[in-house]
Structure formats: structure tokens, C-alpha cells
Design a protein. Sequence first.
Length: 312
Amino acid sequence: EILNLSPVVVGVHKTLSTKVKNIFNTPFTNPRTVLFYDKKNRLIFSIDDKNYHFNTKIKLVLEPNEDVIQVLWQNHPNPELFLCGILTSKRVIITSKQLEILAIYRGENTQNSNQPYGPKLLSILWVGLTLFITTDTHLFYMTVEGLVQPLLSLERPATEIISCLNDRVILCSPNGHSTSVYVQPVGLLEPLVMGFIHLTGDYALSSDHLHSLLKSAAKCYDSLRVSLRFVKELDGYHGYPDLALLIVLRNPHLSNIEDLSFDLALRSHTFYTACDILDVEYERFIGVGTAVSGSHRSRPEPPPKLKEKYQK
């Protein structure tokens, strides 16, 4: 039974057509809709009418002995679209508004093929259009396209994610008879950007909208904690060399990689930046520091490699 509380009538009981294990809220208010997890291992919508009839056309049938732990909804820039993150005892599922499966993560243990399941899945949290997942060892991020990558190693066991700030995540873990809340620093630029660029199908953003979002993220978030793989994917596979260049120039670990900054500057057609990069490389080669004033100074002939670059 479900207890319906209203300003007029308090404590009205409604008998449901089947037994349910749990009830989850939804963002849908017209008509008001709730999500039931019933004894038949189904997640199923029901309109909040006087009888709470189940909409059997929109449902997600789970595996045997699979329990739903957490259901989180996330808005899409398109107000007609929503994403649903579902944490169960066996897997993490991303679905559409109609509960159509878009991506699944089972927490496979890639180091031991004889063990079908890896670390225990503990909690989820939407950060932008990227789903964060905590296990008993790591914090992962998951995209709508199904990409799952580790983000950081957790300091304490049985940790769940509570919230997120610009440069850290807020976590909690059991501590005897109480719960401890703590923070760990994390770089959010890579998971946020990967969440946007891995949107597919109806969820994909227009090129202009996506470029604007990615440029804002690259300027606002820390560029120090990103991987070379992420930069190369942003440049090559997704065709954003200008954003890759912006990130690399703000990351001293990446900007020192030979030819990376220069090649990105050429592909993004920022030729003044390419020349500045060559100047720095040339001065490093001949051991001449940058002048304190803007006075002219004579320079020896650059090596052939740099001359070839200038000719490009």
C-alpha cells in the first residue's frame, strides 16, 4: 500500500496492483510520476492518480537476485531529455527517460578473468552528464556511451560519494557507530568533458553548443590533472585541437612533450602561438633566457629542425 498525504485528506491508503520493494522519485510532474521497484524485479512507472496504475509499456526488467540501491535523474540541455543512473547490487545502468538502456557497467575485474565481478559497487552521483561511481577501492567515471575510467584511489573502504566541488569530491565512510565525512582532491575537467563529447544519438549536442561548453570547462577547471590520452582524443577523434591546445598550455607536464604544443597550434590555426612556442624552444636550445626588456638582440642561426618548422 502507499500512503497519500495531501492538504485536504491526510493518511489515505491506496492499494497497489502488485507488491513493491521500493519507490523512487522522478523529475516528471506533468503528470506527476513515481517509479516503483516491484517484486517481479521491474522498475516501472506509475502516474500519481487515484489508483496508481502501472505503465507496463515503460519498464526495465532486472536480472534475477538483482536489487535496486539508488536511482538518480539528470537533466539534459534539451529540456525534453533526461538521463537516469541506476545503481543495483550487480551493475550500474544509464537509461533514457523511457528506461531504455544506454550503457552498463558491471565492475568487471580485468586482472582476473575467473572472477566475473570486480570491486563492490557502492554509490553513484551525476556530475554534469558524467556518472561518478564509487567502489570499495576507487572512484570511477562513466559516460553515456559506456566509457568507464578510474579517477582516483579512495583513502578509506566502503566509501560513498556525497557531493562534488570544483576541485574535490566529498565522500563518506562508516567509522564504528558513526559516519565520517572527508574530501579528496580530484581533477574534474577530464570526466566533465568526456561526458559531453561521448553523448550520442538524440543526446548529442550541436557542434556550436558543445564547443562553447567545452571551452568554458577548459577555462574554469584545473588542467593539471588530465591524461595525455584525453588530450589526444580531444584533438584527433573529436576534432577540437584548439581546446586540446588550451589545456596543454596550462599544463607544464604536457607542454614539455616534444612537438605536442606546436602541432596542436598548427592544427588549430593559431600561428602566433606556434611562433611563440618555437621561440621558447629555440631559446631553450641555445641557452638564452627571455629578455627582461623588449630590446632587440641578435640570435645565432637556428638548428635545421627549427628552420623546417618555421617554413611550415
